[in-house]
Design a protein around this ligand. Sequence first.
Ligand code: NAD
Ligand code: DAU
Length: 348
Amino acid sequence: MNYDLVSGKSVQRVLVTGGAGFIGSNLVRMMVESGSYHVVVLDALTYAGNLANLTDVLDTERCVFELGNITDASRVRQVLADHKPSAIMHLAAESHVDRSIASAAPFVETNVKGTLVLLEAMRELPDARFVHVSTDEVYGTLGPNDAPFVETTPLDPTSPYAASKAASDLLVQSFVRTHGLDAVITRCSNNYGPYQFPEKFIPLMTLNALEGRPLPIYGDGQQVRDWLHVDDHCYGLLAALKRGVSGEVYNFGGDGERTNAAMVSAILAQTGASPDLCTYVADRKAHDRRYAINAEKAHRELGWAPTRNLDEGLQSTIAWYTHNRTWSDNVRSGAYRTYYETQYNTTL
Ligand code: NAD
Ligand code: DAU
């Protein structure tokens, strides 16, 4: 913990892995703007990482960027030795279920091996805390009348993505028990909000609707997801950093269960696109039917609760994609890949 001479506030130095991705960039912005953190972003800038997500906060006194892959143990050790963070918030991951069905190996590499590299490196920082950002997908799927997932629901992952996240959760728990690591695990439902890579459902459907392109709905569109605004997830992660008990798991969810078809209807209504764009396509393999989260433990023990209502949050998210077409055009054309090179006058 450092003391800021200008503001008089104590400032915590935190390393955020995956800080150039969707949730990571929203979290980094929130932390920098709060004035309470000095953030070091460690990111490999895979296809999902985009430094333009951080333009407004990057390279300020409170936010520095380190290019690096979490599977590279010597690079990770070097970054930790250079910055000596008092906490790591671990968001770097391969995160897209469809990609894990097409090819599982990168998911094991980053999500399992990369997490292990970070855990080993944490042993050099005995007083630091590790916040492991996991997912509700580790619990598997629910039937229409099943009770929502609680933290003790058995792990039953369906996709290679979910299996790799479950494996990383178990590694974290093993380091808490074996090495006394100070770590908390969070498991969140589907996030929505600005800067989400447009292969994911909400930005994909919104941008296709705005461009008059087909909206590919998997199967019958009756799969249910529990949507949480990314800001609320980030508040939860900061609450877990501050108040979580080591070794514990905390669920976050939005009480926002909706079918995919209902989400598409809301997107069509706001963008004014024609319902004829809806195209029912082959279902995802082993598509989880329903996710629902019981977040009472986070309410009770972290003092966390969602602040955004789904209708309002979705409306503002669709408006963000509507008004930030340069950002999405750069992602869709691939131009975003040159941002780092231009900014740092080097090649990726
Ligand atoms: P994302 O795919 O948008 O971003 C992932 C980031 O990690 C990118 O910046 C990428 O460059 C970086 N990265 C990937 N592999 C790396 C590696 N080997 N080394 C260093 N950096 C690497 O993901 P997201 O949606 O922001 O998800 C962030 C985390 O939150 C993930 O761990 C994910 O499992 C979890 N999560 C996501 C959601 C959701 O709805 N998106 C919900 C619950 C949990
Ligand atoms: O539940 C948390 C998880 O939410 C996170 O762990 C993942 O990282 C995140 O990607 C998300 O996983 P999903 O598989 O639920 O998200 P996705 O955006 O890929 O899909 C949401 C739903 O929409 C899902 O039921 C599949 C469906 N879908 C998705 C796409 C991309 C479609 O019907 N058509 C599509 O083109």
